[in-house]
Ligand binder design. Sequence first.
Ligand code: MRU
Length: 353
Amino acid sequence: MNKENELLTLYWKDNQLYILDQRLLPHKIEYRICGACSDVVDLICSMSVRGAPAIGISAAFGMAVAAREAQAKGYNSSQMRSFLKNAADKLFQSRPTAVNLSWALDKIDKWLARHGDANPDQIVEGLTRQAQIILKEDLENNRLIGIKGAGLVPPKASILTHCNAGALATGGYGTALGVIRAAVEKGKEIHVFVDETRPLFQGARLTAFELVHEAIPATLITDNCAGYLMSRGKIDLVVVGADRIAGNGDTANKIGTYSLAVLARYHDIPFYVAAPLSTIDLSLSSGKEIIVEERNRSEVTHFCDCSIAPETIEVYNPAFDVTPAELINAIITERGVVNNPDREKLYNLFAKV
Ligand code: MRU
């Protein structure tokens, strides 16, 4: 636990990277030590660490781990750089949808380009420092997202969230959960409804865990329950995170997010996306260009290792969906709230200093 009594998603201690194995939550708290960059790749692929910002931060530290591996092999600077290039390629391929991964790798790459004459020891130190900066800035950005987002929350509010966009999905505090945390810190009377979030139950296992841990009043619901609650006037607003936001505001997030946005619009309930600028991908003109990861069939056919479907049934298991910008009332970022997001407003956000 850190000083705010939050479970750390990952940390760097005595020149080693520790990543919390989120597959074991909420029942076990175990950290994996990453002795090699391939360990980080495996932990991302297996979703031991997940959530867009957390994946990006892990990848940045993965590069620091790779630099140490190369140093231990006695590589010279140019050998180390080609080893790092290979490590970056593997990390880049570990999960395709969350843009924070390539964003973080790009930051590391730019550092390497700026320090073309660095020796191996300097590269090791430099990459470790860069990863630490990315982690620290993510935490700071989440606090800002929280402060700005809390302004959208009425004094008494019932909030629906999906998947886990909390401390566990980030460097700490969370994006969507950051907004909720900040609203509670401001003394607002909040009740959170948490979608269980099939197939991997990030809502039930992780978001519910974070909320219980912080004693924020919350109720766990099945994914299919949201429409019924909205129809009964039980939800005042929806806030979710994002894995990639295209230049026009279309937003990829955990599968089921789009259905919630459609339901929210039908019931005239505000639908908010909370995400740092590192999740916005201005290179994509619309959500149609976002690559949606498809995951293993067993996530759908099995429940806790127990088969729940005929073995031969065909399965479709996209991990994310894309919500069109027109269904999003606002995107909450560390630089401010973008109401009715569109291309021009998102570009202006990046132009702000
Ligand atoms: O498949 P996951 O668990 O990585 O999906 C996570 C989400 O969809 C989150 O909502 C998103 O990454 C935002 S995390 C701040």
